[in-house]
Design a protein around this ligand. Structure first.
Ligand SMILES: C[S@@+](CC[C@H](N)C(=O)[O-])C[C@H]1O[C@@H](n2cnc3c(N)ncnc32)[C@H](O)[C@@H]1O
Length: 261
């Protein structure tokens, strides 16, 4: 799976602002009180939860993300990776996993673990990127084409681990994990980002286009940088910002209330 090592600073100024687009919906759908944020990244969603008066436990697999989240949060931040969480059985009332299940190597084991730590009646809100190509990554695909970039083979899970990258596919995976589905739908919003911040995320190897950039020779990378600068200059608004319409697959699930622990 993708390596997130030491990406926190670049992530915070780039793709964290993209992922933050679903935070308000996730928090609105989860019960008040304690929140466990799994794969918290640099802690934007968890910080919003704290501002709303929730008590947060935040976990992430990467040390740089944990450090960045500690700088932003009052609550407990620990390094931990799905599918093994250092949390007691049936102790969590509300869990968020914002754009995390699409990064784990064993999604079924991850859902089983989330089931284990939720209390009966507790809720889990999750997002993933749906298949089909986002507007921002299509622009980058054109930039790679125009720069003669060589595309590395796509990263895929083994067939017996993978699941359909859609709201229905995430819902099916979640049901397999023993949870009931309350909502399964797409969420849409607009992402505003400055070209230099987007470039910082790509240069750190974040997201599939970042991995493509990292796989190039220095000459091709320099060419991509030139084409990126020219194309994004054409597309920025009067404030120097790029605007992308984006879409996520969203699932809100509940552990069956009567289930025995
Ligand atoms: C796209 S980022 C999302 C971060 C955050 N949830 C947000 O909304 O900004 C994915 C995060 O998942 C973390 N991650 C990747 N694999 C993980 C795993 N198996 N368990 C926990 N976190 C993981 C990465 O370190 C990264 O911080």
């Amino acid at each position: 799976m993708r390596d997130w090592t030491a990406t926190a600073e670049a992530y915070d100024r780039s793709f964290a602002t993209l992922c933050d687009g679903t935070a308000a919906r996730i928090l609105a759908d989860l019960p008040d009180g304690d929140l466990v944020d799994i794969g918290c990244g640099t802690g934007l969603l968890a910080a919003q939860a704290e501002r709303e008066g929730r008590s947060v436990t935040a976990l992430d697999a990467d040390a740089s993300m944990v450090e960045a989240a500690r700088g932003r949060l009052h609550g407990r931040v620990r390094r931990a990776a799905l599918p093994e969480l250092p949390l007691e059985d049936a102790g969590a009332d509300a869990i968020a996993a914002n754009f995390v299940i699409n990064h784990v190597g064993r999604p079924r084991a991850a859902l089983a673990e989330l089931h284990r730590v939720l209390r009966p009646g507790g809720r889990l809100a999750m997002t993933i990127w749906p298949a089909g190509g986002a507007s921002w990554s299509m622009l980058l695909g054109e930039i790679f084409d125009d720069s003669d970039a060589v595309l590395p083979p796509p990263e895929r899970l083994p067939a017996d681990e993978d699941f359909l990258r859609s709201a229905d596919g995430l819902a099916a995976l979640t049901r397999e994990g023993g949870l009931d589905i309350e909502q399964a739908c797409d969420l849409t919003w607009e992402w505003r980002i400055r070209p230099e911040d987007l470039w910082a995320g790509l240069a750190a190897g974040i997201a599939t286009p970042g991995a493509v950039l990292r796989a190039q020779t220095p000459q091709i990378r320099a060419r991509i940088r030139e084409v990126f600068t020219a194309r994004t200059e054409e597309l920025t608004d009067a404030d120097g910002v790029l605007l992308f319409a984006v879409r996520a697959a969203y699932v809100l699930a509940v552990r069956p209330p009567g289930e025995e622990v």
